[in-house]
Design a protein around this ligand. Structure first.
Ligand code: UDP
Ligand code: MG
Length: 318
């Protein structure tokens, strides 16, 4: 099969028929063999009925329905598990992403051998202050942290080699960082193509402003996991050592001044009068806590089932 189109959706009943008709037109024109996997993320409207109807009429239409709303990432995860096509394309269900882009994305993967191609909504039709500006800032940070040169990490329209989606685990709200997940799994041939973007035709956006707060927190977690996930002591040990060193120097100053005063029979000030006394206590306690956290992290990562989960690209005679 050439293409699997994975579409997560939550309350998008009005768009689905039109979206599928459009996909079908593009796929038929290009003579692709394909499947469309709709993942109904616990919709409360008639979305599932529409999917059910479509799947009766068209053998290419498949569906998964969640019992409740889990979020876009879990929906993508299940879609990725089921996808059989050589190229897997994800797309939002709200008609903001255009199926006309499918051939370009497909060719980038099949002809130019990219692992992942991300859409770039250069001209966006979303509210400026709640979406466009924060998203610029967010993308700049994501570029810096991940080292991947993409303008638009969060674009719903993306294409992957089948192998890529089977080797990454999208969870929580990590759908914003799939390129980063792919890079961490060893798929570094990542590029972007400009795509057209439309204003939402039906329904409302499912993500509010809180996505930016959560988005940043997720980015920090991902950065930490990819850098120190299997060796937490390297992070906490370094921080702990530095703090302990600062505390130790402060102790030497406090103790040194006291000893010096005693030896020279001068009036020795109380150690608690010195600011270094408090610096010493604070930093030594903090340093110790960092170390303990590091040890705990090591214990946890040692007992994790993921610890020897290496992505093997090829094998010979094994
Ligand atoms: N979506 C989903 N589960 C959710 C929220 C959203 O499957 O909990 C789907 C939604 O139906 C749409 C896509 O994710 O197909 C993108 O959502 P939306 O259009 O609301 O995001 P925006 O375009 O505003 O970034
Ligand atoms: Mg949308």
């Amino acid at each position: 099969m050439d293409i699997s189109i994975v579409i997560p959706l939550y309350n998008e009943e009005e768009s689905l028929k039109e979206l599928y008709a459009w996909i079908k037109r593009v796929a038929d024109e290009n003579k692709y063999s394909y499947e469309v996997i709709f993942i109904d993320d616990g919709s409360k409207d008639a979305s599932w009925n529409v999917i059910d109807e479509l799947s009766r009429e068209f053998p290419e239409v498949k569906g998964i329905k969640f019992r409740r709303n889990y979020g876009k990432s879990p929906a993508l995860y299940c879609g990725f598990e089921a996808a059989q096509g050589d190229v897997v394309i994800t797309m939002d269900a709200d008609l903001q992403d255009s199926p006309d882009e499918i051939p370009v994305l497909y060719n980038k993967i099949m002809k130019e051998d990219y692992d992942l191609v991300s859409g770039w909504k250069k001209k966006r039709y979303d509210p400026v202050f709640t979406k466009n500006l924060p998203s610029k800032l967010f993308n700049a940070t994501a570029r810096k942290v991940s080292g991947i040169k993409l303008h638009d990490f969060n674009c719903g329209l993306k294409a992957y080699k089948n192998e890529v989606v089977k080797n990454i685990e999208v969870y929580g709200e990590m759908h914003r960082y799939i390129p980063y997940l792919a890079k961490n799994a060893g798929y570094e041939k990542i590029t972007e193509v400009e795509v057209h973007h439309q204003a939402r035709k039906f329904g409302v956006s499912k993500f509010g402003f809180d996505r930016f707060v959560n988005g940043y927190l997720d980015l920090i977690s991902l950065w930490f996991l990819s850098k120190f996930g299997v060796k937490p002591m390297h992070f906490f040990g370094l921080g702990g050592s530095l703090m302990f060193l600062v505390g130790f120097i402060a102790v030497c100053i406090v103790g040194g001044t006291k000893l010096y005063a005693i030896c020279n029979e001068m009036r020795a000030p109380l150690v608690t009068d010195s600011p270094y006394f408090y610096i010493a206590i604070l930093f030594m306690i903090l340093g110790t806590q960092f170390f303990i956290t590091g040890f705990l992290g090591e214990l946890i990562s040692r007992s994790s089932q993921e610890r020897n989960n290496y992505k093997i690209a090829k094998k010979l005679k094994i």
